[in-house]
Design a protein around this ligand. Structure first.
Ligand SMILES: OC[C@H]1O[C@H](O[C@H]2O[C@H](CO)[C@@H](O)[C@H](O)[C@H]2O)[C@H](O)[C@@H](O)[C@@H]1O
Ligand SMILES: [Ca+2]
Length: 751
């Protein structure tokens, strides 16, 4: 058992014995609230029972950190360096530290190791990379060294978290700060990041949930909620919340019945959160019924609201973590949005009311339905039916209606309504575009913005620019040179693949759940599975006719205005595989010809360098262009390639992406960001494009990662066998990993 330091007095020894025996029961990898919670708090040690919490396994340092040493295979034989001095190992072989003063150690650590003073310990810091910490068994009397960026940055993270739990002294398992990075990152995503990103409206938290850092007009100072005109219960609920917390100054407003572009522009200076779906809830403490919001996850960083396509990507990750209620909640919110706002919103803020985002509801409803137990669960069936009813409405009234539908080709475009300058962008985002107009009218930039927004200055060319800019934002790909000045005219491969998927899903739904006959409550039309199958077939033919380029192996966007196929090489070409509309021959050409142009060190780039074109001061880099890679592009390409039988290519692409994420996580203080530069080996998280990089701005410890990137990590790991997983844990670069493999293993990666 634990050693007792005989140089201490009997009181200290007794205390130490109690503390040691108490801490024996901790799983080194338990959630922060358990690990730093009351039962492990030495101050509360007397009251706390030594409960057998989360002791699921006996951890050993070597099991945990040295997989290559154990399995031993040539080149990859690597071990992560542990701390010195094994004298104080516990019987389980898992050393523990005792940090007597969390604050003091935190300050010492930062002073010595955070040499660039950004509250993170990274490979760019030039400190000694070693810190002495007291051992648990000596109750801090003897010291051992913690070495290296990864362990020191994990120490910083753990101390930061312990402090946030109000802890002054802690026991800390070495295994916790030397955890295999693949395990650590997946653990944090599943047990912590999702929780930090989850929102659920109740009477007490509305102020927090309504927070928005994007707009700073005087009218945005107080939180505000806009409620659909036909939701009086919700209106009462928010008024009650406002009255319960007067200091919040929460303003509650009804939306008009008809939401026009003029109305949306008129509230740009008084933005607010838009109400979402709620359910009735019985409060046992008051004995009364109240409303409570369905849970949902936000993307993170500046995006503190429910987004359209982010939600689908996050739902996939949430389901893997068994957070089914959150994924289901987001489906409920989308049904609500379609029924009350007319579309799945870009996000639930007033300034997003006119536009949507790439549609994924049918597939999202299907994955949630399956997870809820499928046909055997009446609740799941009910959810699925309501989802498809809403999806059919969305399909007909949003995506295949004016102005999004191009009547000539029958294909659809991102083409939302709206007026004026989008208020949610970075304040200087449009300056280079607006400056010439301000000069022309002899006014300052700010004066011009007001005059233009108020309609006092008319500039048709600028109207055209913003028409496309709104389309760009609806596409989710804001911004890219692929879409600039042209988006609203483009029938994109992205959108039309998703609509093909809707048609197929709706066809299957009608067959399986509606006795092959669906009467639409809106227009009373009757359709069968064949009706929708035929629509899908027609779209597939149109896509091939207008978009497929046999020579390059790409599906390109089609410009409906000039009636011309574009040649911008985008990773969204793989959405044709995800949706299942490409032929086998097309898929093969995509893999042989398009893929090599997009495959980079860290996975798929958003587009090719050639398509993006040269970058200069007057032509700045755009975040949805080369050399950046995005989680949704990876996720959809993996699934698309897999479904066409290209599993080995999927393995390879997934390894690349996961390597890049893991490496950045290890070297940069646990960072997980919105997007990555997939061409950068050392610091792929460093992106100096629009909006910087969400997820990078934290002190001490990242708490939320970024929604769809979190999901991509968990989904990507499903393609890794144990060998690849170990290589990732040791941060073996893709080239080294692939070239270290025996021929039959290389074939697993399509090499
Ligand atoms: O505020 C600027 C823009 O921000 C959003 O776009 C980006 O973040 C979204 C949330 O992660 C994501 O869905 C989108 O693809 C990103 O480009 C927002 O969607 C835009 O409308 C907004 O102008
Ligand atoms: Ca630093």
């Amino acid at each position: 058992m634990s050693q007792v330091n005989t140089s201490q007095g009997p009181v200290a020894q007794g205390r130490q014995r109690r503390l040691s025996s108490l801490s024996e029961f901790n799983d080194p990898f338990s959630n922060a609230e358990v690990y730093y919670g009351p039962t492990t708090d030495p101050r509360k040690q007397k009251q706390a029972k030594p409960a057998k919490i989360n002791r699921t396994r006996t951890m050993s340092v070597f099991d945990n950190v040295s997989p290559f040493k154990k399995t031993g295979f040539g080149k990859l034989q690597q071990t992560r360096r542990g701390s010195e001095d094994d004298t104080y190992s516990s019987s389980q072989g898992n050393r523990r530290f005792f940090i007597e003063d969390v604050d003091k150690t935190l300050n010492e650590l930062l002073a010595a190791e955070d040499t660039d003073k950004n509250y993170q310990i990274t490979i760019e810091d030039t400190g000694p990379k070693v810190l002495k910490v007291g051992t648990a068994n000596s109750y801090g009397y003897k010291h051992i060294n913690i070495r290296g960026t990864y362990m020191l940055s994990n120490l910083l993270q753990e101390l930061t978290i312990a402090k946030s739990f109000g802890r002054h002294h802690i026991f800390l398992d070495e295994a916790r700060i030397n955890e295999n990075p693949v395990n650590r990152l997946s653990r944090l995503i599943n047990t912590q990041f999702w929780n930090s990103l989850t929102r659920r409206v109740d009477l007490n938290n509305v102020g927090e949930i309504a927070k928005d850092t994007k707009i700073d007009t005087p009218g945005a100072k107080n939180p505000r909620i806009y409620v659909p005109y036909d939701c009086p219960e919700q209106y009462e609920f928010y008024v009650q919340a406002s009255q319960m917390h007067p200091s919040l100054k929460l303003e509650v407003e009804y939306l008009p019945k008809k939401i026009t572009a003029e109305y949306v522009k008129s509230v740009n200076d008084t933005p607010g959160l838009l109400a979402l779906a709620m359910e009735e809830h019985f409060n046992p403490s008051t004995g009364e019924k109240t409303l409570i919001g369905y849970p949902y996850a936000v993307p993170g960083g500046r995006f503190n609201e429910l987004y359209g396509w982010d939600s689908y990507m996050m739902a996939l990750g949430l389901l893997e973590a068994n957070k089914t209620d959150v994924a289901r909640g987001m489906v409920e919110h989308f049904i609500f949005e379609i029924n009350h706002y007319g579309k799945i919103l870009n996000a639930n803020r007033s300034y997003y009311l006119c536009r949507s985002q790439p549609p994924f509801l049918t597939e999202m409803a299907l994955v949630v339905f399956k997870k809820l137990g499928g046909k055997s669960n009446p609740d799941a069936v009910d959810l699925l039916k309501r989802s498809f009813k809403a999806s059919i409405k969305e399909y007909k009234t949003v995506w295949t209606a004016s102005p999004r539908l191009d009547p000539e080709t029958g294909l659809s475009r991102y083409h939302p309504n709206g007026l004026g300058i989008p208020p949610e962008t970075e304040s200087d985002h449009f300056d280079t575009v607006l400056l010439p107009y301000a000069s022309k009218h002899g006014v300052t930039l700010d004066e011009f913005k007001t005059l233009y927004n108020d309609g006092k200055i008319k500039e048709p060319k600028l109207d055209e620019f913003f028409l496309h800019d709104r389309g760009v934002r609806e596409s989710g790909h804001d911004t890219t040179y692929r879409f600039e000045g042209v988006c609203a005219y483009l029938a994109t491969i992205d959108l039309n693949s998703l609509l093909y998927k809707y048609e197929i899903d709706i066809s299957n739904f009608i067959k399986e759940f509606c006795d092959d006959k669906y009467e639409d409550p809106l227009d009373h039309s009757i359709t069968t599975s064949d009706t929708w199958k035929e629509m899908a077939k027609i779209r597939q033919e149109k896509i091939t006719k207008y978009m497929w380029d046999d020579e390059s192996g790409f599906f390109f966007d089609y410009n409906t205005k000039i009636k011309h196929r574009t040649s911008y090489e985008s990773a969204t070409t793989f959405w044709a595989l995800w949706a299942g509309l490409a032929t086998k021959e097309q898929a093969q050409k995509m893999v042989e010809r398009a893929l090599p142009k997009l495959e980079m060190l860290g996975g798929l780039a958003a587009c090719t360098e050639r398509s993006r074109g040269p970058i200069s001061i007057s032509r700045p880099i755009r975040q949805w262009d080369y050399p950046f890679g995005w989680a949704p592009h990876q996720i959809l390409a993996w699934e698309g390639l897999r479904s066409y039988g290209y599993i080995t290519v999927t393995n390879r692409l997934a390894y690349r992406w996961l390597f890049m994420m893991t490496k950045a996580f290890v070297d940069y203080n646990g960072i997980v960001v919105e997007k990555y530069d997939v061409t950068r080996g050392t610091d792929p998280h460093r992106v100096e494009a629009e909006y910087g990089n969400q997820g990078a701005d934290f002190k001490g410890a990242a708490t939320e990662g970024f929604g769809w990137v979190n999901a991509s990590y968990i989904l990507g790991l499903k393609y890794m066998n144990s060998h690849a997983r170990r290589a990732l844990g040791a941060c073996i670069p893709p080239i080294s990993f692939f070239s270290s493999l025996r021929p039959q293993e290389r074939s697993l990666y399509g090499l």
